[in-house]
Design a protein around this ligand. Sequence first.
Ligand code: MN
Length: 739
Amino acid sequence: MAEVAVNKEEEKKLIMHAYRMLLKSIKSKMDNIDRANIRMAYEIAVEAHSKQRRKSGEPYILHPIEVARICAEEIGLGPTAIVAALLHDVVEDTEVTLDQIRAKFGQKIATIVDGLTKLDGMYSVASPQAENFKKVLRTLLVDVRVVLIKMADRLHNMRTLGSMPKHKQLKIAAETTFIYAPLAHRLGLYSFKTEFQDLAMKITEPELYSEIARKLKETKAQRTRFINEFLKPLNEALKEIGFPYRTTGRPKSIYSIANKIKSKNVPFEEIYDLFAVRIIVDVPTKKEKQICWQIYSIVTDVHTPIPERLKDWITTPKSNGYESLHTTVIGPKGRYVEVQIRSERMDEIAEKGFAAHWKYKGGSSSRDVFDSWFENIREILENPDSDSLEFINDFKTNLFNEEVYVYTPKGDLKILPKGATALDFAFSIHSDIGYHCTAIKVNKKLVPFGYKLQNGDQVSITTNNSQKPTENWLKMVVTGKARAKIRSSMKEERRKKGEIGKESLQRKLKNMKVDFEPNVDILVKYYGFTSRVDLYFEIAMGRVPLNELKTYFNVESNKLIEIEEPVIEASEVNNKPAPANSKKDLVKPRLLISGESADKFEYSLANCCKPVMGDDVFGFLTVGSGVKIHRTNCPNATNLMANYGYRIVKAEWVSSGDTSFVVELKITGIDKGPGVIERLTHSISTDLGLNIRSFYIDGEEGYFEGKISLLVLNKDQLTVAIKGLKNLPEVSTVVRIEH
Ligand code: MN
């Protein structure tokens, strides 16, 4: 690093200058203690980092000073955050300990520095992005400033990425796109989001980036002329509103222009909304709504508006706090121009997001748009069942989306991510309402659960305590909260249903004179399940036929002993050894051999062609291991058929319905008013997953009697059905009708 000034005096000056710039950028009120703390933090950091340099060769201390300046100037944070920002890398990189920081600055600053240290540590370990994201969000709940300072840290690193090796640049850019840009968006830090996206694009798509940057520069004068022409007729009228205002005509970000070029497949020259005109008025909070609409009226008197492009985020702010009035009008030369109208306060919130929002929140009792979001994060994070990948998918849906505004029957406003469904709404009210939701009405009309909510919808939910979520529901929701709740309820349901499977297994093993422990685990392993719960559940659902156990196991002194795979004829499988996990293939779907249920035969699926349900198959009668099922296009098929035609038997897969048998049940119960048939039908078909053949019900004076015929696969499934029906609140008795 010879070319970098090693002149100690020069460097000292550089550092002092950076520090002075930091102090100048602080806008919040400070007392003497604040000033002394910032000075002390600065001195500790200078000393601690004195031997370190950045990749560029600069003294390392310039980085924390700059991060602190970004916090103060670009986010508007106060002394606590500035102190923490100055110290953000000392625990991670130097001798200074957290205890020392706590002793000197107190618990609050120590907590923030600790959060920042942990966040930094996360990139060194090879943990997946999703885990990292979770960590960031966790610190968000500890103290929002941790994430805000982290944003400043990341922004400075992105701005100075040039001296890093290319592969590191790419990694950091990807991380920024994945975690920090969406988070900045969600926190309302729009200028950060835009800069993150632009800086990341500069690394990932350098050519497109510099091409757009160059063209923007070349067309600047032309753009300025156009904007002036657009504003000129407005200015006179705007003076009359009596409050100072300013206008800007900034071009949109390079990233968003690039997106437009890609998605619309048009060249730069043909993109007409390269910029938005902003009118920002300095007006007391009480009058801002009225004045903004007055400005809207002036703008649309002069330029013709396109009505469907009007967006009013003043009456109903976005859930990240954004407030503004947007309209698109037809400007000079017939070109569309987006106009954004807002107050200075709204503008600061739009630029600095959460931090500014906090500042203005003050004493006002207005609902904090962030509270419900944090609440949402907390719920998702605290759900023990949400695994990281599901979590990240859930979360991204909620991060990127715009909102949809809907109302409860009482007229309370609910904000959900765009694309949210009627069922999401139910879960957003309360998990119990979601769990037990049986019908949803939008604007007084019944809608399917998966109905996509529209702005202004009024939604009402009907519940019933016997209702519970099914796997299908997962397809009908998009919000993280609803998905997490449905998943955990399904797990519980699976466990409950499995109880019946467990009982039948206990019975079966007792009959076979086999001890339950430890043989149950032998079965779990044999069928390739990962837990006992899975085995029990599959037994209950009739997908593990227990009557076949003796085909695969011998019993010796109360233990199941796996029957060795018989030696297979060479002609049959080309001597291929069976793969270790081939056992799973033995959990058979419905198969007919010679027109009869395959359960009546000793059979297995050939390893050479591994037929699956639906394949065209045939059976081959082996010498010692029953019928082997091969695919008709199996490489061995021709040989087998040609030479052993007499051993070939017909085999075919059938859909499960074909081999189900019909049972008739008599149900009696108490008629709790209209909808009893629907509720029963719903429970049977959706919750229990059974096919109803016919359903006849008759009742009087609050009592009903019904006859229902069901298609079931086997006795276990029938037991599940009867038990499930008995559990319904309106049902008193369920009896099987024997013919
Ligand atoms: Mn740093």
